[in-house]
Design a protein around this ligand. Structure first.
Ligand SMILES: Nc1ncnc2c1ncn2[C@@H]1O[C@H](COP(=O)(O)OP(=O)(O)O)[C@@H](O)[C@H]1O
Ligand SMILES: [Mg+2]
Length: 249
C-alpha cells in the first residue's frame, strides 16, 4: 500500500518581518508534515513564531523562503486571488479574539464564508444552521455576539470556520480568552470534530490543552525543536521536571 499524500508539507519555511531597519526572523527553516485526520498542538513561548506559522499555513500570510504544499499543491507562487480561494475553500481559522461581526446574528456570521463562495441563499441558510447545530448552538442562531457568552462566541467562530467543510481547521489560542470551565467545553468540541475526521492544528501554551491533541510540536526562536506524540511529549516533560527538581535538592 502506498502512503497517502500529506495534507500539509512544509519545507525550510522562513518568514522575516522588516520594520524600518529592524529585521525579525519569525520562522527560520521550519519543516513540518501533517496527514489528514491528525490532531496537532503547537506549543512554545510567546514570540516563538507560532502565530506566524499558523498564518502561513492558513494562507493569510506568505513565507519568504521555502515551500508549503497543501493537498499536494504548492502555495508558494500563488497569486493573492488563488490564496484567497484556498483560504475560503480549504481552511477554517479560529482566533483567540473570536473575530465575529458585532452587528450580525450568529447565523449571518456563519453564513459569511458561503457568501464569498457564492452559495445560493437557501442553501447558505441550511448549511449555516447545520454548522451551528454541530457546535451545539442551534438554539442561539438569532443572537448577536454581545448577546452571547465567550464560549458561545467561540462556538459561533468554530461553526463559521467549519461551514465550508475545510480540509484543515486551524485554531490560534482558541481558549486564550476563556475561563477553564468554558475552555473545557471548547476542547470537548474539538475532540468531537477530530473523532468525526476533521484535521486540526491548535496553538496553545497550556499543557493541559495541548495534552488533548495526539501530537505536540514545540517551537523556539522560529524553529521546531520537538515533534512527538502527546504521550511521548508528556513523558519527556515529566522527565525534565524531575531533573530540575533533582538538581535543586
Ligand atoms: N506583523 C509583525 N510585524 C513585525 N514583527 C512581528 C509581526 N508579527 C510577529 N512579529 C514578531 O515575530 C516573532 C514571532 O511572533 P509570533 O509568530 O506572533 O509568535 P507567537 O505566536 O509564538 O507568540 C516575534 O518576535 C514577534 O514580535
Ligand atoms: Mg501568537
Amino acid at each position: 500500500m502506498s502512503k497517502p499524500c500529506p495534507l500539509i508539507e512544509v519545507h525550510q519555511l522562513e518568514r522575516t518581518y522588516i520594520i524600518g531597519a529592524e529585521k525579525v526572523r519569525a520562522l527560520r527553516g521550519v519543516d513540518l508534515t501533517v496527514y489528514a485526520n491528525e490532531y496537532v498542538a503547537v506549543m512554545g513561548h510567546s514570540g516563538s513564531g507560532k502565530s506566524t506559522l499558523m498564518n502561513v499555513l492558513g494562507c493569510l500570510d506568505r513565507a519568504d523562503k521555502g515551500t508549503y504544499r497543501l493537498n499536494g499543491i504548492d502555495t508558494t507562487r500563488m497569486s493573492e486571488g488563488q490564496l484567497a480561494h484556498i483560504r475560503n475553500r480549504q481552511i477554517g481559522f479560529v482566533f483567540q479574539s473570536f473575530e465575529l461581526m458585532g452587528r450580525l446574528s450568529a447565523l449571518k456570521n456563519v453564513e459569511l464564508p458561503l457568501i464569498y463562495s457564492h452559495v445560493p441563499f437557501w442553501k447558505r441558510r441550511q448549511m449555516a444552521k447545520e454548522a451551528l447545530n454541530r457546535v451545539g448552538l442551534g438554539q442561539r442562531i438569532g443572537h448577536k455576539p454581545n448577546q452571547l457568552s465567550g464560549g458561545e462566541k467561540q462556538r459561533v467562530a468554530v461553526a463559521r470556520a467549519l461551514v465550508n467543510q475545510p480540509s484543515l481547521l486551524l485554531a490560534d489560542e482558541p481558549t486564550g480568552n476563556l475561563d477553564s470551565a468554558t475552555s473545557e467545553g471548547i476542547m470537548k468540541l474539538f475532540e468531537k470534530l477530530h473523532a468525526e475526521g476533521q484535521t486540526i492544528i491548535i496553538v496553545t501554551h497550556e499543557a493541559d490543552i495541548a495534552a488533548r491533541a495526539r501530537r505536540i510540536v514545540r517551537m523556539r526562536d522560529g524553529q521546531i525543536v520537538s515533534d512527538l506524540s502527546a504521550e511521548q511529549d508528556m513523558t519527556r516533560q515529566d522527565g525534565h521536571r524531575l531533573g530540575i527538581e533533582g538538581a535543586a535538592r
